[in-house]
Design a protein around this ligand. Structure first.
Ligand code: URA
Length: 208
């Protein structure tokens, strides 16, 4: 299991961008450090900034329900934001803030090394897949890079604003859960013959 303590301590002292001036606290991740699914959100809101945990407000409650609907629990996932400090007034983080936080995200990604990364919304999709990424264009696809599969989908807060987005997100999470179970069974097979878990498809983009 990854030891996230050092990464968390470094993140909690970070003053690399202006968001540190207005934060109550740095919001690190929550979930299981051994999880095989990493969920990446946008940035902490008011509740998260106060409680120091990601996705504990209304969007977080919806996210927990979505996960439960496909039989995933906090044990199956680790949840992190693109930026670890709350943007004032919950505005979208600036590109410079997203870049400043990259060292913490990348350290976490390397430590957790999850085969599945779910990108919740445009900010996470742009941060990870590139700044020109359009979430509506890539949502529902599975993008395999260097053996890791990325699943861009809509942010839970977008579902609260526009319930017509629930159905595609439901579809996305069903696929994620199915792939996850495939990986777990592959990991069990690989453990039997002493190999590390394989990703079952080659690098590339597969659409919905
Ligand atoms: N939205 C996010 O992207 N992250 C949170 O932690 C809460 C709401």
């Amino acid at each position: 299991m990854a030891d996230l303590g050092a990464i968390e301590r470094t993140a909690k002292e970070c003053r690399d961008c202006a968001l540190h001036e207005s934060r109550t606290q740095v919001v690190f991740g929550r979930g299981n450090p051994a999880a095989r699914i990493l969920l990446v959100g946008e940035g902490p809101g008011k509740d998260e900034d106060l409680q120091g945990m990601p996705f504990v407000g209304a969007a977080g409650q919806l996210l927990d329900k979505i996960l439960a609907a496909v039989d995933l629990s906090e044990q199956d996932v680790f949840i992190l934001n693109t930026v670890l400090c709350r943007p004032p007034g919950n505005r979208v983080p600036e590109p410079a803030e997203v870049s400043a936080c990259a060292r913490h995200r990348e350290a976490l990604l390397a430590a957790l090394d999850p085969p599945i990364v779910v990108l919740l919304g445009a900010t996470a999709a742009k941060a990870v897949l590139g700044p020109k990424t359009s979430i509506t264009a890539v949502r529902g696809s599975r993008i395999v890079r260097e053996g890791r599969a990325y699943y861009p989908t809509f942010h839970p807060a977008a579902l609260l604003r526009d319930p017509s987005r629930k159905r595609p997100v439901w579809h996305d999470f069903q696929r994620i859960a199915k792939d996850y179970r495939l990986i777990l069974s592959g990991a069990a097979d690989a453990a039997d013959d002493g190999e590390t878990e394989p990703w079952p498809t080659p690098d590339g983009v597969e659409s919905r």
